[in-house]
Ligand binder design. Structure first.
Ligand code: NAD
Ligand code: LMR
Length: 329
């Protein structure tokens, strides 16, 4: 079987980082053939066409076909996996929500083109910022496609959250588990260590011996470091994250398709879980079971955690109301 994967903004930075890893089998594994559709706007076609030439020169055995187009109907034709990356990145001093006016208009037409052209069980991952609200706009425009098929990338935040713990605890990152991100892919996000473990031991217990006052460290050091890591990358690198974003996109889609053996994080449609209003795309602790994301239910949420989740959800509501007032929802 061949999987058709559409990458919007394929001529951009993250697109370039994604294409070669997908062609090499890093997304679906060494046996799954892929067909790539590179969707761009006219100004980006040259870069996407150049990437397509390089893909050919990579002589990837799994890569059956590459098509470059600026027509969404062609770009999403028969698409099984849609990676909606194409959107403007923020620069220094901006918040991701500041991109709403520039980027929100992209996602309604793409949602409609997905509904009209993609395969019936299409899975959509929105990377372009502000990712949660853009995913909501795309979903609202995709008549007939279940809202569960539209997700926003918050896996990069989770990877950052685990990596920061690994560094502090001097532990291998793959021994750190259950660090979900709640809420928005923004500075209000809540990386939650209350259920996290390191080599099977509670992270909070391990931190106690190292950082002393754990609640203060979480509030003053850890949470801001994770939540503002995107801005830190922009400040140090001069432009926003690329390879780590592509890597997290692969993690998210691979887990969605192949399943998880433990919790991870994804921006998914709320049905009211944990008091998050239904109809918002919020990050939750999730499992992937039989090809579907399932929100992990029944977790204990402290008052302190509740306040943080509520603050991020309040921002999602503000973004939703802003795009409603722009007539995009
Ligand atoms: P980039 O500017 O390098 O590339 C964006 C590409 O999108 C450009 O080639 C542009 O021509 C194309 N594009 C614009 N409008 C389009 C449309 N309507 N259809 C198809 N293509 C279109 O930017 P980048 O560094 O690749 O970042 C892309 C987006 O991803 C940004 O919004 C950025 O903020 C976001 N991002 C999200 C995360 C996350 O974790 N969710 C992480 C990193 C970056
Ligand atoms: C990130 O988290 O690195 C991206 O969302 C880019 C940004 O604007 O921070």
């Amino acid at each position: 079987m061949t999987t058709t994967i559409t990458i919007t903004g394929a001529g951009g930075q993250i697109g370039y980082a994604l294409l070669f890893r997908i062609a090499a089998g890093d997304l679906l594994g060494p046996d799954e053939k892929v067909r790539l559709r590179l969707l761009e706007i006219p100004q980006g076609l040259g870069a996407a066409e150049g990437a397509a030439l390089e893909l050919q020169d990579g002589a990837f055995g799994l890569l059956e076909h590459v098509e470059v187009t600026d027509d969404p109907a062609v770009g999403f034709d028969g698409c099984d996996l849609a990676l909606l990356v194409g959107a403007r990145p923020r620069g220094p001093g901006m918040e991701r929500g500041d991109l709403l006016a520039a980027n929100a208009g992209i996602f309604g037409p793409q949602g409609a083109a997905i509904a009209a052209n993609a395969s019936p069980d299409v899975r959509v991952t929105v990377v372009g910022n502000p990712a949660n609200t853009n995913a909501l706009i795309a979903s609202a425009s995709a008549d007939g496609v279940p809202a569960e098929r539209f997700t926003a990338l918050t896996r990069l935040d989770e990877n950052r959250a685990r990596a920061q713990l690994a560094q502090t605890l001097a532990a291998p990152v793959d021994t750190i588990r259950r660090v979900p991100i709640w809420g928005n892919h923004s500075a209000t996000q809540f990386p939650d260590v209350s259920h996290a473990t390191v080599a099977g031991r509670p992270v909070t217990e391990a931190l106690d011996a190292i950082v002393g006052d754990v609640p203060s460290w979480l509030t003053d050091t850890y949470i801001p470091r994770v939540a503002k890591r995107g801005a830190e990358i922009i400040a140090v690198r001069g432009s926003s994250s690329v390879a780590s974003a592509a890597n997290a996109t692969l993690d998210h889609v691979r887990d969605w398709v192949h399943g998880t053996d433990d919790w991870t994080s994804a921006g998914v449609m709320s049905h009211g879980e944990y008091g998050v209003p239904a109809g918002l795309i919020s990050s939750f602790p999730v499992l992937s079971v039989d090809g579907e994301w399932q929100i992990v239910e029944g977790l204990e949420v402290s008052d302190w955690a509740r306040a943080r989740i509520d603050a991020s959800v309040a921002e999602l509501i503000e973004e939703r109301d802003a795009v409603r007032s722009l007539g995009l929802l």
